[in-house]
Design a protein around this ligand. Sequence first.
Ligand code: C2E
Ligand code: MG
Ligand code: MG
Ligand code: MG
Length: 269
Amino acid sequence: GKQAGRGYVVPFEPDMLGDERHRRFVERELRAAILMDELELHYQPVVDSRTGLVRSHEALVRWRHRVRGMIAPSQFIPVAEQSSLIDRLGEWVLRRACADQAQLGTPVAVNVSPVQLRRPGFVKDFTLILEETATPASGIIVEVTENAPLLAGSMEMENLSHLRMLGVRVAIDDFGAGHASLHYLRDFSFDIIKIDRTYVADFAANPVNAMIVAAVCDIARTLSLEVVAEGIETEEQRCLLTAAGCTSLQGYHLGRPMPLGPAKAIRAA
Ligand code: C2E
Ligand code: MG
Ligand code: MG
Ligand code: MG
Protein backbone atom coordinates (compact mmCIF):
# COMPACT_ATOMS: atom_id res chain seq x y z
CA GLY A 1 0.00 0.00 0.00
CA LYS A 2 1.04 3.57 -0.44
CA GLN A 3 2.34 5.71 2.42
CA ALA A 4 -0.12 8.10 4.01
CA GLY A 5 -0.92 9.78 7.32
CA ARG A 6 -0.03 7.57 10.27
CA GLY A 7 1.94 5.03 8.29
CA TYR A 8 -0.22 3.21 5.78
CA VAL A 9 -3.26 3.03 3.63
CA VAL A 10 -3.83 -0.48 2.36
CA PRO A 11 -6.61 -0.63 -0.22
CA PHE A 12 -9.35 -3.14 0.67
CA GLU A 13 -9.66 -4.64 -2.74
CA PRO A 14 -11.17 -8.07 -3.27
CA ASP A 15 -8.34 -9.14 -5.57
CA MET A 16 -5.99 -8.78 -2.60
CA LEU A 17 -7.92 -11.20 -0.44
CA GLY A 18 -5.76 -14.04 -1.66
CA ASP A 19 -2.72 -12.25 -0.23
CA GLU A 20 -2.04 -13.72 3.20
CA ARG A 21 -0.48 -10.55 4.64
CA HIS A 22 -3.39 -8.45 3.47
CA ARG A 23 -5.87 -10.95 4.83
CA ARG A 24 -4.26 -10.85 8.27
CA PHE A 25 -4.25 -7.04 8.17
CA VAL A 26 -7.98 -6.85 7.39
CA GLU A 27 -8.69 -9.48 10.05
CA ARG A 28 -6.84 -7.50 12.73
CA GLU A 29 -8.55 -4.23 11.76
CA LEU A 30 -11.98 -5.88 11.64
CA ARG A 31 -11.53 -7.48 15.06
CA ALA A 32 -10.82 -4.02 16.48
CA ALA A 33 -13.71 -2.50 14.51
CA ILE A 34 -16.21 -4.91 16.11
CA LEU A 35 -14.93 -4.01 19.60
CA MET A 36 -14.83 -0.28 18.87
CA ASP A 37 -18.31 -0.22 17.31
CA GLU A 38 -17.12 0.90 13.87
CA LEU A 39 -19.73 -1.31 12.19
CA GLU A 40 -23.23 -0.18 11.37
CA LEU A 41 -26.34 -1.65 9.79
CA HIS A 42 -28.18 -0.06 6.93
CA TYR A 43 -31.75 -1.17 6.29
CA GLN A 44 -33.39 -1.65 2.90
CA PRO A 45 -37.18 -2.08 2.62
CA VAL A 46 -38.78 -5.12 0.99
CA VAL A 47 -42.22 -4.12 -0.30
CA ASP A 48 -45.37 -6.03 -1.17
CA SER A 49 -45.61 -6.01 -4.98
CA ARG A 50 -49.41 -5.52 -4.95
CA THR A 51 -49.95 -3.03 -2.12
CA GLY A 52 -46.57 -1.28 -1.96
CA LEU A 53 -46.56 -1.76 1.83
CA VAL A 54 -43.22 -2.45 3.50
CA ARG A 55 -43.17 -6.09 4.62
CA SER A 56 -39.67 -6.30 6.08
CA HIS A 57 -36.27 -4.63 6.08
CA GLU A 58 -32.97 -6.31 5.16
CA ALA A 59 -30.03 -5.45 7.42
CA LEU A 60 -26.82 -4.83 5.44
CA VAL A 61 -23.59 -4.39 7.36
CA ARG A 62 -21.25 -1.45 6.74
CA TRP A 63 -17.80 -0.75 8.15
CA ARG A 64 -17.08 2.90 8.77
CA HIS A 65 -13.27 2.77 8.85
CA ARG A 66 -11.53 5.78 10.43
CA VAL A 67 -9.12 6.06 7.47
CA ARG A 68 -10.79 4.24 4.57
CA GLY A 69 -14.34 5.56 5.01
CA MET A 70 -17.31 3.29 4.29
CA ILE A 71 -16.31 -0.25 3.31
CA ALA A 72 -18.75 -2.63 1.58
CA PRO A 73 -19.40 -6.13 2.99
CA SER A 74 -18.01 -7.85 -0.12
CA GLN A 75 -14.61 -6.50 0.93
CA PHE A 76 -14.53 -7.94 4.45
CA ILE A 77 -17.11 -10.73 4.85
CA PRO A 78 -14.90 -13.17 2.88
CA VAL A 79 -11.98 -12.38 5.22
CA ALA A 80 -14.16 -12.83 8.31
CA GLU A 81 -15.36 -16.17 6.89
CA GLN A 82 -11.80 -17.48 6.94
CA SER A 83 -11.66 -17.26 10.74
CA SER A 84 -13.94 -17.36 13.77
CA LEU A 85 -14.35 -13.60 13.27
CA ILE A 86 -17.48 -14.34 11.22
CA ASP A 87 -19.11 -15.61 14.43
CA ARG A 88 -18.31 -12.35 16.31
CA LEU A 89 -19.49 -10.30 13.32
CA GLY A 90 -22.67 -12.35 12.97
CA GLU A 91 -23.49 -11.97 16.65
CA TRP A 92 -22.93 -8.21 16.44
CA VAL A 93 -25.23 -7.99 13.39
CA LEU A 94 -28.00 -10.06 15.00
CA ARG A 95 -27.86 -8.14 18.30
CA ARG A 96 -27.98 -4.77 16.49
CA ALA A 97 -30.82 -5.91 14.18
CA CYS A 98 -32.84 -7.22 17.14
CA ALA A 99 -32.32 -3.94 19.02
CA ASP A 100 -33.60 -2.01 15.98
CA GLN A 101 -36.49 -4.34 15.10
CA ALA A 102 -39.20 -2.66 17.16
CA GLN A 103 -38.30 0.79 15.83
CA LEU A 104 -38.34 -0.47 12.23
CA GLY A 105 -41.85 -1.77 12.81
CA THR A 106 -41.40 -4.76 10.51
CA PRO A 107 -39.56 -8.07 10.66
CA VAL A 108 -35.81 -7.72 9.96
CA ALA A 109 -33.88 -9.97 7.59
CA VAL A 110 -30.27 -10.72 8.56
CA ASN A 111 -27.73 -12.36 6.28
CA VAL A 112 -26.10 -15.39 7.87
CA SER A 113 -22.94 -16.94 6.47
CA PRO A 114 -22.95 -20.71 5.87
CA VAL A 115 -19.75 -20.71 7.96
CA GLN A 116 -21.78 -19.54 11.00
CA LEU A 117 -24.33 -22.28 10.40
CA ARG A 118 -21.63 -24.93 10.60
CA ARG A 119 -21.09 -24.25 14.32
CA PRO A 120 -23.07 -26.60 16.61
CA GLY A 121 -23.74 -23.80 19.18
CA PHE A 122 -25.20 -21.45 16.58
CA VAL A 123 -28.89 -21.85 17.48
CA LYS A 124 -28.23 -21.65 21.24
CA ASP A 125 -26.38 -18.32 20.86
CA PHE A 126 -29.02 -17.06 18.41
CA THR A 127 -31.78 -17.83 20.93
CA LEU A 128 -29.90 -16.08 23.74
CA ILE A 129 -29.68 -12.89 21.67
CA LEU A 130 -33.43 -13.02 20.93
CA GLU A 131 -34.10 -13.39 24.66
CA GLU A 132 -31.62 -10.68 25.70
CA THR A 133 -33.23 -8.18 23.32
CA ALA A 134 -36.82 -9.41 23.91
CA THR A 135 -37.24 -9.98 20.16
CA PRO A 136 -39.93 -12.43 18.98
CA ALA A 137 -38.61 -15.14 16.64
CA SER A 138 -41.26 -14.02 14.13
CA GLY A 139 -39.48 -10.64 13.97
CA ILE A 140 -36.39 -12.19 12.37
CA ILE A 141 -35.77 -13.64 8.91
CA VAL A 142 -32.49 -15.43 8.25
CA GLU A 143 -31.11 -15.11 4.71
CA VAL A 144 -28.71 -17.80 3.52
CA THR A 145 -27.02 -17.46 0.20
CA GLU A 146 -27.57 -20.26 -2.24
CA ASN A 147 -23.98 -19.96 -3.50
CA ALA A 148 -22.58 -22.29 -0.86
CA PRO A 149 -23.96 -25.80 -1.22
CA LEU A 150 -25.93 -26.85 1.87
CA LEU A 151 -26.29 -30.59 1.99
CA ALA A 152 -29.23 -32.55 3.36
CA GLY A 153 -28.47 -33.86 6.84
CA SER A 154 -25.61 -31.38 7.39
CA MET A 155 -25.13 -29.26 10.52
CA GLU A 156 -26.12 -26.21 8.44
CA MET A 157 -29.47 -27.73 7.49
CA GLU A 158 -30.06 -28.97 11.02
CA ASN A 159 -29.48 -25.46 12.41
CA LEU A 160 -31.79 -23.91 9.82
CA SER A 161 -34.64 -26.30 10.56
CA HIS A 162 -34.14 -25.75 14.30
CA LEU A 163 -34.47 -21.97 13.72
CA ARG A 164 -37.68 -22.54 11.75
CA MET A 165 -39.12 -24.60 14.60
CA LEU A 166 -38.53 -21.59 16.86
CA GLY A 167 -40.52 -19.39 14.44
CA VAL A 168 -37.66 -17.69 12.61
CA ARG A 169 -38.32 -17.54 8.87
CA VAL A 170 -35.63 -18.68 6.42
CA ALA A 171 -34.96 -17.12 3.01
CA ILE A 172 -32.80 -18.57 0.24
CA ASP A 173 -30.82 -15.56 -1.01
CA ASP A 174 -29.47 -15.01 -4.55
CA PHE A 175 -31.66 -17.85 -5.83
CA GLY A 176 -30.56 -18.97 -9.29
CA ALA A 177 -27.02 -17.62 -8.97
CA GLY A 178 -25.59 -20.81 -7.48
CA HIS A 179 -25.63 -24.40 -8.60
CA ALA A 180 -28.16 -25.98 -6.29
CA SER A 181 -31.47 -24.23 -6.99
CA LEU A 182 -33.69 -27.16 -7.93
CA HIS A 183 -32.25 -29.43 -5.28
CA TYR A 184 -33.06 -26.73 -2.70
CA LEU A 185 -36.67 -26.62 -3.82
CA ARG A 186 -36.90 -30.38 -3.58
CA ASP A 187 -35.08 -31.15 -0.33
CA PHE A 188 -35.30 -28.22 2.04
CA SER A 189 -38.04 -26.42 3.82
CA PHE A 190 -37.81 -22.67 3.91
CA ASP A 191 -40.17 -19.71 3.67
CA ILE A 192 -38.89 -17.19 1.15
CA ILE A 193 -37.09 -17.30 -2.22
CA LYS A 194 -35.06 -14.23 -3.18
CA ILE A 195 -34.49 -14.26 -6.93
CA ASP A 196 -30.98 -13.10 -7.75
CA ARG A 197 -30.79 -9.64 -9.24
CA THR A 198 -29.09 -10.87 -12.43
CA TYR A 199 -32.49 -12.37 -13.41
CA VAL A 200 -34.14 -9.01 -12.80
CA ALA A 201 -31.50 -7.16 -14.83
CA ASP A 202 -31.94 -9.56 -17.81
CA PHE A 203 -35.71 -9.82 -17.54
CA ALA A 204 -36.83 -7.57 -20.41
CA ALA A 205 -34.00 -8.53 -22.77
CA ASN A 206 -34.06 -12.30 -22.41
CA PRO A 207 -37.36 -14.19 -22.86
CA VAL A 208 -35.97 -17.49 -21.51
CA ASN A 209 -34.87 -15.68 -18.38
CA ALA A 210 -38.41 -14.31 -18.00
CA MET A 211 -39.86 -17.82 -18.36
CA ILE A 212 -37.53 -19.14 -15.66
CA VAL A 213 -38.65 -16.43 -13.23
CA ALA A 214 -42.33 -17.10 -14.00
CA ALA A 215 -41.79 -20.84 -13.45
CA VAL A 216 -40.07 -20.25 -10.10
CA CYS A 217 -42.99 -18.02 -9.07
CA ASP A 218 -45.45 -20.79 -10.05
CA ILE A 219 -43.59 -23.34 -7.93
CA ALA A 220 -43.41 -20.88 -5.05
CA ARG A 221 -47.17 -20.25 -5.22
CA THR A 222 -47.83 -23.98 -5.10
CA LEU A 223 -45.56 -24.35 -2.08
CA SER A 224 -46.96 -21.15 -0.44
CA LEU A 225 -43.57 -19.46 -0.42
CA GLU A 226 -42.96 -15.74 -0.65
CA VAL A 227 -40.88 -14.71 -3.70
CA VAL A 228 -38.79 -11.55 -3.56
CA ALA A 229 -37.26 -10.04 -6.71
CA GLU A 230 -33.94 -8.40 -5.78
CA GLY A 231 -32.34 -5.41 -7.51
CA ILE A 232 -35.44 -3.63 -8.86
CA GLU A 233 -33.99 -0.42 -10.32
CA THR A 234 -36.71 0.79 -12.71
CA GLU A 235 -40.47 1.20 -12.90
CA GLU A 236 -40.50 -1.19 -15.88
CA GLN A 237 -38.83 -3.89 -13.76
CA ARG A 238 -41.31 -3.26 -10.94
CA CYS A 239 -44.23 -3.89 -13.33
CA LEU A 240 -42.67 -6.88 -15.11
CA LEU A 241 -41.61 -8.73 -11.96
CA THR A 242 -44.97 -8.09 -10.32
CA ALA A 243 -46.73 -9.51 -13.40
CA ALA A 244 -44.40 -12.53 -13.34
CA GLY A 245 -45.76 -13.39 -9.88
CA CYS A 246 -43.18 -12.04 -7.43
CA THR A 247 -44.95 -11.33 -4.15
CA SER A 248 -42.34 -8.82 -2.94
CA LEU A 249 -39.80 -6.45 -4.43
CA GLN A 250 -36.51 -4.99 -3.25
CA GLY A 251 -34.16 -2.56 -4.98
CA TYR A 252 -32.98 1.01 -5.35
CA HIS A 253 -36.25 1.90 -7.17
CA LEU A 254 -38.22 1.10 -4.00
CA GLY A 255 -35.72 2.21 -1.39
CA ARG A 256 -31.98 2.28 -0.83
CA PRO A 257 -30.24 0.80 2.18
CA MET A 258 -30.26 3.58 4.83
CA PRO A 259 -29.14 3.98 8.41
CA LEU A 260 -32.00 3.86 10.91
CA GLY A 261 -33.42 7.38 11.26
CA PRO A 262 -33.92 9.23 14.53
CA ALA A 263 -37.59 8.15 14.63
CA LYS A 264 -37.40 7.40 18.35
CA ALA A 265 -36.28 10.93 19.20
CA ILE A 266 -39.00 12.43 16.99
CA ARG A 267 -41.73 10.30 18.58
CA ALA A 268 -40.51 11.23 22.05
CA ALA A 269 -40.64 14.97 21.26
P1 C2E B 1 -27.42 -9.63 -0.49
O1 C2E B 1 -27.82 -10.23 0.79
O2 C2E B 1 -27.92 -10.27 -1.74
O3 C2E B 1 -27.86 -8.10 -0.39
C1 C2E B 1 -28.31 -7.34 -1.46
C2 C2E B 1 -27.21 -6.47 -2.03
O4 C2E B 1 -27.69 -5.80 -3.19
C3 C2E B 1 -26.75 -5.36 -1.07
O5 C2E B 1 -25.37 -5.09 -1.33
C4 C2E B 1 -27.60 -4.18 -1.53
O6 C2E B 1 -27.05 -2.92 -1.18
C5 C2E B 1 -27.58 -4.40 -3.02
N1 C2E B 1 -28.74 -3.80 -3.70
C6 C2E B 1 -29.98 -3.54 -3.21
N2 C2E B 1 -30.79 -3.03 -4.15
C7 C2E B 1 -30.04 -2.96 -5.30
C8 C2E B 1 -30.32 -2.49 -6.64
O7 C2E B 1 -31.42 -2.05 -6.98
N3 C2E B 1 -29.29 -2.60 -7.53
C9 C2E B 1 -28.06 -3.07 -7.19
N4 C2E B 1 -27.11 -3.10 -8.13
N5 C2E B 1 -27.77 -3.52 -5.94
C10 C2E B 1 -28.75 -3.46 -5.00
P2 C2E B 1 -24.32 -4.95 -0.14
O8 C2E B 1 -24.94 -4.19 0.99
O9 C2E B 1 -23.04 -4.46 -0.72
O10 C2E B 1 -24.13 -6.45 0.35
C11 C2E B 1 -23.54 -7.41 -0.48
C12 C2E B 1 -23.65 -8.80 0.12
O11 C2E B 1 -22.88 -8.88 1.33
C13 C2E B 1 -25.06 -9.19 0.55
O12 C2E B 1 -25.80 -9.59 -0.60
C14 C2E B 1 -24.78 -10.30 1.53
O13 C2E B 1 -24.54 -11.50 0.84
C15 C2E B 1 -23.50 -9.81 2.18
N6 C2E B 1 -23.82 -9.18 3.48
C16 C2E B 1 -24.30 -7.95 3.74
N7 C2E B 1 -24.48 -7.77 5.07
C17 C2E B 1 -24.11 -8.94 5.66
C18 C2E B 1 -24.08 -9.40 7.03
O14 C2E B 1 -24.46 -8.70 7.98
N8 C2E B 1 -23.61 -10.67 7.23
C19 C2E B 1 -23.23 -11.49 6.19
N9 C2E B 1 -22.80 -12.72 6.49
N10 C2E B 1 -23.27 -11.09 4.91
C20 C2E B 1 -23.70 -9.84 4.65
MG1 MG C 1 -29.49 -10.89 1.60
MG1 MG D 1 -29.30 -11.28 -2.51
MG1 MG E 1 -25.65 -11.54 -2.43
